[in-house]
Design a protein around this ligand. Structure first.
Ligand code: AMP
Length: 281
């Protein structure tokens, strides 16, 4: 496995690979890798000749400086996992290389996709995501890029970016991976204390209850407002949103189409912000 710290050296290496017409599969991450990232890497390994993994904590996608500074770092373990899963190339750049001057991101407007839910709760988040993903795509120029359904709204934003600016690039959706108790895996989970981790399970439980109720199709059995109130009454959990949306537009769907939508949820548990989602059908 080769590791590159500058875009210049990475590009030189990738131009040799491209000269051999090999398919490059790209997995962008912010490191502190877990089995969710592992699934993306395995999908990339199966579908490409050369797997490139980036590890970079992108400052412009954080609206909260505490969250940015507290973002976990586990470089040595990440490299070990990447090697064991057959990654060929790791790219771990410096901010000066990713951004000229002070890191900044132009505003992106894809309608509700960038304005609602994560877009409204984390101001500027998708501006930062699009800025870094665009830059990484320009440097790496992959044939395929792999993203997790854990960040469902981000996936829809990236698909829109690709349609508009990288038409040849295939975006591969990879399923959300959960811990055995149902908690969606996230690099931030290490910051939950044992009590918070138990409370965090309420996110997944709520989504499962909603799915069961949607599929019971008994009129009135789905009570989003009651679920919101139940979560809001918990100590140490601050609900940001709970809604059933269309996964392409991120607009809320009417009751008659709930079984075609995804329930999305975001909450702050202790100092950790968590998101989760589940297909209701
Ligand atoms: P991150 O390092 O959190 O920015 O995530 C990098 C990529 O891994 C994104 O495409 C995420 O959606 C994906 N990812 C993170 N957690 C999970 C998970 N639990 N299941 C599937 N994919 C995930």
């Amino acid at each position: 496995m080769e590791i590159f710290y500058t875009s210049k050296e990475l590009k030189e290496r990738l131009s040799e690979i491209k000269g051999r017409n090999e398919i490059i599969g790209f997995v962008p991450t912010m490191g502190s890798l877990h089995s969710g990232h592992g699934t993306l890497i395995s999908h990339a390994r199966n579908a490409s000749d050369v797997v490139v993994l980036s590890i970079y904590v992108n400052p412009t996608q954080f609206d909260n400086q505490h969250d940015f500074k507290a973002y976990p770092n586990a470089m040595q373990a990440d490299l070990d996992l990447a090697r064991s899963l057959g990654v060929d190339v790791v790219f771990s750049p410096k901010t000066e290389d990713m951004y000229e001057g002070v890191p900044n991101a132009n505003s992106v407007d894809y309608g509700a996709l960038t304005a609602a839910f994560e877009g409204s709760k984390r101001k500027g988040h998708f501006d930062g995501v699009v800025a870094i993903v665009r830059r990484l795509f320009q440097i790496i120029n992959p044939e395929k890029a792999f993203f997790g359904e854990k960040d469902l709204q981000q996936l829809a934003v990236i698909e829109t970016l690709c349609k508009r600016e990288f038409a040849q690039l295939e975006i591969v959706r990879c399923p959300l991976v959960r811990d055995v108790d149902g908690l969606a895996l996230s690099s931030r989970n290490v910051r939950l204390n044992p009590k918070e981790r138990i409370i965090a399970l309420e996110l997944n439980r709520t989504l499962n209850r909603l799915k069961a109720a949607v599929n019971e199709s008994v009129e009135g059995s789905v009570d989003l407002e009651a679920e919101r109130s139940a979560l809001e009454s918990l100590d140490d959990l601050e609900l940001e949103y709970l809604a059933i949306i269309d996964a392409e537009s991120f607009e809320e769907v009417g009751e008659e189409k709930w079984n075609e939508g995804h329930a999305v949820i975001a909450a702050q548990v202790g100092s950790v912000r968590l998101i989760d989602n589940l297909f209701m059908g």
